[in-house]
Design a binder for this molecule. Sequence first.
Ligand code: SF4
Ligand code: SF4
Ligand code: SF4
Length: 692
Amino acid sequence: MEAKSLRPVIHVVEDKCVNCHRCIMVCPAKMCNNGSGKIVDHHSELCIGCGECISACTHQARVGLDDFDQFMKDLKKGVGIIAIVAPAVAASFEGKYLNINGFLKSLGIKGVFDVSFGAELTVKSYVEYMKKNKPPTVIAQPCPAIVTFIELYRPELIPYLAPADSPMMHLMKMIRRYYPEYKNDKIAAISPCYAKRREFDACGLGDYNVTFNSIQQYLDSKGDSISHYPEKDYDNPPAERAVLFSSPGGLMRTVERYDPDVNSHTRKIEGSPEIYHYFAHLSKSIQAGNAPVYPLIDCLNCNMGCNGGAGTGNRGKHLDDIECLVEKRAREVRSKYRPRGLAKLFKKNKIEKILDDHWEEGLYTRTYVDRSATFKERVISPSQAEITAVFTSMHKITPSDIRNCGACGYRSCEQMVVAIINGLNKRENCQSYVEYEKNLSNEQKLKDTVNTVLDHVLDEMNKSIAGISSLSEEIRSAAEYVLSSSSAIEEMVKNIRSIDTTLARNTTTVLKLNETSTEGKKRITRIGELIGGVSSQADALIQSCLVIGDIADQTNILGMNAAIEAAHAGDAVGKGFAVVATEIRKLADNSGHQAREISENLKSIKALIDSSRESSQDAQAQFDSVMSLVSAVRDEAASIKNAMDAQNSGGNRVINSLGEINNLIVKIRDESTNLRSSGESIVKDIYSLKAI
Ligand code: SF4
Ligand code: SF4
Ligand code: SF4
């Protein structure tokens, strides 16, 4: 039988997906998820429709798909539709399972059938098959997720799948076979499971899969409640214990009708992933040639069975709160079939009779399709070399790198690698890879930062070293300069000392000059005084000469008078007198003449003396000026000497300071040499650091 493609039953709301991988983690199929992009998408062809990802996704990014909208549209259009209601209804809608029938009928549903009755037929089909064929084991198949899983991933178990329809398909076939009044009506399954739609596709029956969730959401959107609708009974015969079918072990408890000891040879198992691990083990065991331990495997995908199907609002509720509603219903319906009075004597009880009336050989046969080719086409099994290559690219080199932490959602690192190789994931979704890369990138960032810092430090160090080198050069020049300055200053100080000595000598000379000048002045003054005295004497002499001249004049007058008198006295007496008078007159004339001549000479001498005295006074004045100059020179010399002394001591201090400076410069030069070699050693270290 050709495999029909699997219709999508899950939708990914992309803008709600945060790529958390919880969906992959809970997904028993794994490879139906595609985590290679920004979100985790899914491939319906590899999805078993279990709906585990819906409840696992806390971001409401995974939603189930059903036919509610089309169902409502068709109802509005007047399409004839009958409904079959899954037994899990008892655990939903607050236990008001018959009110749902009232609701459905209010929508225009023509007939409502109980799938529990289909479950009764299913059990009958199983029992007949087992009786007739005595298979080593029968894997119950009411759960479409399990059927798809085996078809896709465990095709070796297909021969063990019960070759009978699910309760829903039994019921649909029964309706088509025994209720001709509904032959033109479409069938809507009111179900707890999104995957049911695929079963309809596989069997070619069933038109709408309407989940409890959609009905509840519809009622909620209208502010309505199921309790507002009247209870309506089903339009088919009531089921008996198969109303338990929606609970784990419900199938087994229904089989008890035929085989009270069935419990001892039935494997009851439900819940993902346990059921899938169980199949893996079963498969291995069968392949190893071991006979299955249990002839009947009563299995369901969901933890609470169909009562907690993905299409119910029961996930997260307490198991007891859910199952007690189903048990209550079971008690109610079983009481209807409890044989009373003579009926107890009948071989077959009433329900068996009814089932016989609705069952016939071959009517409810189900076949399966090996879909493993789809899986194999889409997911290649990589070689060990390919796996190793991807591991290497994910930094998984040693066994301890293979953490198998499950953070990526896969069961093992190797499964993640298979997904990566098949383009269904990417290494960036591996926790340890991200950590490694982050560390690497942190390391790289750190390295980059350190390198940047080192480059900067290198730059600065090189600049510093260059600076130190040039400083060393400058220090060397400065040292030379200081040395040459030092010698120049020493020379200068030597010169100053020599000037000082010269000045000292000059000062002595000047002092001597001063003394000599003072002595000279004294002498000149004395000479001036002497000349003054001579001048006075000359004046006196001149006066004397004038007096002599006057005396000579008077003598002359006397001589003249004597001559006159002599003349008068005659020659005898007078003559001698006249001679004396004449002589006197001559003498007077001579004396007058000599006096005048002397006076004139004295005047000349006096003029000379006065001139000498003036010269002497000039000389004195000159001496004064010389002395004042000498004094000024002495003062100047003294101040120059003071200055020179100060220069000398300043020079000495400068020489001392220069000596200290020179010592300091030598020290600085040595230090700068050390500093440069330290800098060069740091640079070498930085290069070694950069090379790490
Ligand atoms: S419905 Fe089930 S098989 Fe499909 S993706 Fe979700 S968890 Fe996986
Ligand atoms: S569970 Fe899956 S679908 Fe939901 S947010 Fe996480 S990755 Fe996305
Ligand atoms: S180590 Fe990475 S690949 Fe391995 S299971 Fe964890 S997350 Fe997945």
